[in-house]
Design a protein around this ligand. Structure first.
Ligand SMILES: Cc1ncc(COP(=O)(O)O)c(C=O)c1O
Length: 347
């Protein structure tokens, strides 16, 4: 049965536009799209599919590997031998950057904001395993100074450093990547002879901008529902701005208005990086129904949002939701106490 929405072949022109942007191959794509019938049954709700962008392959996977394909292509054009990048202490992006740089034969120096904890776990542990040289900075200002100092030291020693924070591609690279993810999702659902009612994703605006653009370009008609894990940004305006910058990069005459962006900011909890009860419950539920590991910082909060919307009665059994799993599961090890039986009373 052919559905009345654009078939995969219609998407080729979008893929061709993206193919004009320089890129290096890093991620394993397309990622699987799997149905989650046990989760759906446990919630008594709509059909749910999970887009497994936690399975992008390098250094435990995640959404940033898709982004790094574009960003590091720009980096490689400068022929560096060392990438220097400043990020958060337990950054998923940092882990994936080190893994990607290893594949490209580049050395990585990380300047992470925060102090080295007594017990090294999660993403930070992976940064060491992957061989990054890791420095710590207590403030953003100190981090910036250290990036420049380390670059200077590298140059004086005859190296060719590239400070990734100065690469202007970060936002657009994520959006380009998530246009493609959306096409993969539509292809996958087309093969399953269905189409999405809504996509859910942990979002501070970058990947979501790509999904919103893809929605417009394909006329697919689903709702893109972002759930933010941070108070740092006003996500709707940021998402619209990134979508419009990305449209311009692709030479598309499209304007996305802030009013078109749906991003629920009720699931941040006590703050960025701090697990919430609902995220913990959601993380347990995905693990116990489908064997899918989320995390209590990003994807668990997004799943908590989707679960709350289902419980509020937004969807019927005929609806089809896609949960975009953006990775981040090393955080379950940093928060190991949450999963022990004694922490699980009444759950
Ligand atoms: C696991 C995970 N999900 C979602 C996000 C947010 O993605 P974006 O920056 O594309 O909005 C991040 C960003 O750091 C992340 O690590």
């Amino acid at each position: 049965m052919m559905l009345h929405h654009p078939t995969p072949s219609n998407f080729q022109w979008i893929r061709d536009r993206i193919a004009q942007v320089p890129r290096v191959k890093i991620a394993i794509t397309p990622t699987p799209l799997e149905e989650a019938p046990n989760l759906s049954k446990a919630l008594g709700g709509p059909r749910i599919f999970i887009k497994r962008d936690d399975l992008t392959g390098v250094a435990l996977g995640g959404n940033k590997l898709r982004n790094l394909e574009f960003r590091l292509a720009r980096t490689m054009a400068e022929s560096p031998d060392t990438v220097i990048v400043g990020l958060d202490l337990q950054s998923n992006s940092a882990r994936q950057t080190v893994g990607a740089c290893n594949k490209l034969g580049l050395r990585t120096i990380l300047v992470l904001e925060g102090r080295r904890p007594d017990v090294v776990q999660g993403n930070l542990l992976m940064d060491y395993l992957l061989g990054a040289e890791v420095h710590f900075a207590e403030t953003r200002d100190e981090q910036r100074r250290l990036l420049d100092t380390l670059a200077e030291q590298c140059r004086s020693a005859g190296g060719r450093p590239h400070i990734l924070n100065d690469n202007p591609m970060f936002d657009v690279a994520s959006a380009l990547a998530y246009i493609e993810t959306t096409l993969e999702i539509l292809d996958g659902l087309d093969a399953a002879e269905t189409r999405p009612t809504a996509l859910y994703m942990s979002s501070s605006g970058k990947g979501q901008a790509g999904i919103v653009l893809a929605r417009r370009l394909t006329n697919a008609g689903f709702q893109m529902q972002g759930i933010t894990a941070t108070d740092e940004f006003h996500v709707p305006s940021r998402t619209a701005a990134i979508a419009n910058e990305t449209a311009a990069t692709l030479g598309l005459d499209i304007v996305i208005a802030e009013e078109e962006i749906h991003n629920d900011d009720r699931f941040v909890g006590a703050g960025y990086g701090i697990p919430s009860d609902e995220a913990i419950e959601a993380t347990r539920l995905f693990a116990r129904t489908e064997g899918v590991i989320l995390d209590p910082i990003y994807t668990g909060k997004a799943a908590a949002g989707m679960i709350r919307h289902i419980r509020e009665g937004r969807y019927t059994k005929d609806d089809v939701l896609v949960f975009v799993h953006t990775g981040g599961n090393p955080a379950v090890f940093s928060w190991n106490q949450l999963w022990l039986p004694e922490a699980n009373q009444g759950a």
